[in-house]
Design a protein around this ligand. Structure first.
Ligand code: GTP
Length: 259
């Protein structure tokens, strides 16, 4: 059969990224304490294409993912394990550059603060990795949902204070090891209160009062998280944003710090 995509030509443009997007595949990831967490990833696998070539051998990308699944893909050291996948993509595709983006939910078991009942909390995570020539770039992003309670509302009201669910998104570039759990811990520590999936009445009293004792503006959240990220020696650069779904407005409050 004729291999159309491999035909040579004199096209006007190199293509920066071409490949497959929205490829859904199960995989496993090892948690900080060594438990294996099953999840489903949405993969985007791309390579560059020089202007002399008509197309890439596109089927090789899902083929590689399928092989990884058969090999029981389990990510332990996120940065290095993803690097070896991107290296395999480059080799298989005979390309100069390769790009792997991956979105998934990371499921952690979390105890209710007073009753101790266990619940599962999903945290959305993203990986953006690329190997351009021999230059490897890896970004880990984690979204942490939190409760925030408005300091202004608390101050001016005779009783109560409005609160909201905030989504804190932290992206980091780092050397060595840094875990998804480390990011979650940093964010939850500075929130008005963490969120849980199972709360009994004693827990509900606890989270209500804890939020009241720790009021936070969106500005407070990004500044406090940035301070902690800045102190972590492994982190080379970061961005932290927070989106608060206001309960008294139809819009969100939003802030971002990039370093
Ligand atoms: N490059 C490219 N291929 C596409 C696209 N849409 C569908 N395909 C098809 O993907 C199929 C598989 O391509 P290849 O990976 O080259 O398949 P192959 O030549 O059998 O595989 P190898 O032996 O690994 O080279 C081809 O039949 C293409 O027509 C597209 O937009 N671009």
């Amino acid at each position: 059969m004729k291999d159309i995509q491999n035909t040579q030509g004199d096209y006007k443009f190199d293509i920066n990224k071409v490949g497959v997007d929205n490829l859904v595949c199960p995989f496993k990831i090892q948690s900080k304490i060594g438990e294996v967490i099953s999840t489903v990833g949405n993969f985007s696998m791309m390579v560059n294409l020089p202007k002399e070539l008509k197309g890439i051998n596109m089927s090789r990308l899902p083929q590689l993912l399928s092989e990884l699944k058969q090999e029981e893909l389990t990510l332990n050291d996120l940065k290095q394990d993803i690097r070896s996948i991107v290296e395999r993509m480059k080799k298989r595709m005979e390309s100069k550059d390769a790009y792997l983006d991956l979105d998934f939910d990371y499921f952690l078991e979390k105890k209710a603060p007073v009753s101790g009942f266990m619940g599962i909390v999903p945290y959305h995570a993203k990986i953006n990795a690329s190997l351009q020539g021999s230059s490897y770039n890896f970004i880990l992003t984690v979204e942490v949902p939190i409760t925030t309670l408005c300091p202004c509302s608390k101050e001016i009201s005779d009783y109560s204070a409005h609160n909201q669910r905030g989504y804190v998104e932290v992206s980091i570039k780092f050397d060595g090891l840094f875990y998804i759990e480390d990011i979650i811990e940093i964010v939850e520590e500075v929130a008005s209160c963490e969120i849980y999936s199972v709360l009994k009445r004693v827990d509900e009293k606890y989270v209500t009062e804890r939020a009241y004792e720790n009021p936070r503006f969106v500005e407070d959240v990004v500044r406090l998280v940035a301070e902690k990220l800045d102190q972590a020696s492994q982190i080379k650069s970061f961005s932290v944003s927070s989106r608060h779904q206001e309960s008294i407005h139809s819009h969100d409050a939003y802030a971002i710090i990039e370093r």
